[in-house]
Design a protein around this ligand. Structure first.
Ligand code: HEM
Length: 201
């Protein structure tokens, strides 16, 4: 199975080709760009959930697949960052091609709140290399990736949640977002119980 930086490379090429394919297939117009925005939001969601739940799933449901997921957590996270920066790129393309449509689809508060998620994504991606992680130190690294992870989770919860009343199609996406939080919280409470039991004995 593909793993490590090769996984990041393969996924980045596939997502780049998918984005160009959607836009070119639609005649390079604003509707094609919208398709690419939605497609990259979906690849981002899947990759984010895989990185966000990797350790928790390997704890709760140990198997070959979840161990692969945990081993590749860093690379899934970096692939998510690539996907989401493509999302940003196509959003900027839409803003330059059709400003009126861009402002119909978004607003200042989304730009500020969702835009802040990009600061976390950039910081988390930048500290996903051995050297930069060592420079930050394990305590600060854990804090950045904990707070950043949950901020990005909230961004997905808001982005998907506000679309749920518009179309049933968003229900499975909302279920995935919710399931990711439940898995993380279950693993956390199990770890706490285990530590309490060790402390008591
Ligand atoms: C400056 C920041 C951002 C802007 C301006 C923005 C803009 C947009 C726009 C305009 C769409 C709708 C496209 C359409 O309906 O044609 C969209 C879809 C979406 N965005 Fe973003 N976005 C931003 C950041 C984010 C972030 C940080 C997340 C999550 C972490 C996110 C998740 C989503 C999701 C889940 C969708 C729905 C995709 C679908 O329809 O399946 N976005 N975004």
């Amino acid at each position: 199975m593909i793993h490590g930086w090769r996984l990041v490379g393969v996924l980045s090429v596939l997502m780049g080709a998918m984005t160009v394919g959607f836009i070119a297939g639609h005649g390079w117009d604003a509707e094609g760009i919208r398709l690419a925005i939605r497609a990259t939001a979906r690849t981002s969601l899947v990759l984010f959930v895989m990185a966000f739940t990797a350790s928790a799933l390997a704890d709760l449901l140990p198997s070959e697949a979840t161990r692969w997921q945990r081993r590749n957590r860093r690379y899934l996270g970096v692939s998510f960052a690539v996907s989401h920066f493509i999302h940003l790129g196509v959003i900027l393309a839409l803003a330059s091609v059709d400003q009126a449509l861009f402002w119909k689809l978004t607003n200042i508060s989304t730009i500020v709140l969702a835009g802040s998620a990009y600061l976390f994504i950039a910081a988390m991606a930048a500290t996903s290399f051995d050297r930069t992680a060592a420079w930050l130190g394990p305590r600060k690294w854990r804090l950045l990736h904990l707070v950043g992870g949950w901020y990005i989770w909230i961004s997905f919860a808001v982005a998907v949640g506000k679309r749920v009343p518009l179309d049933r199609f968003y229900w499975p996406m909302a279920a995935l977002v919710l399931a990711a939080a439940i898995v993380r919280l279950l693993a956390m409470s199990r770890r706490n119980r285990r530590q309490a039991a060790i402390g008591a004995s």
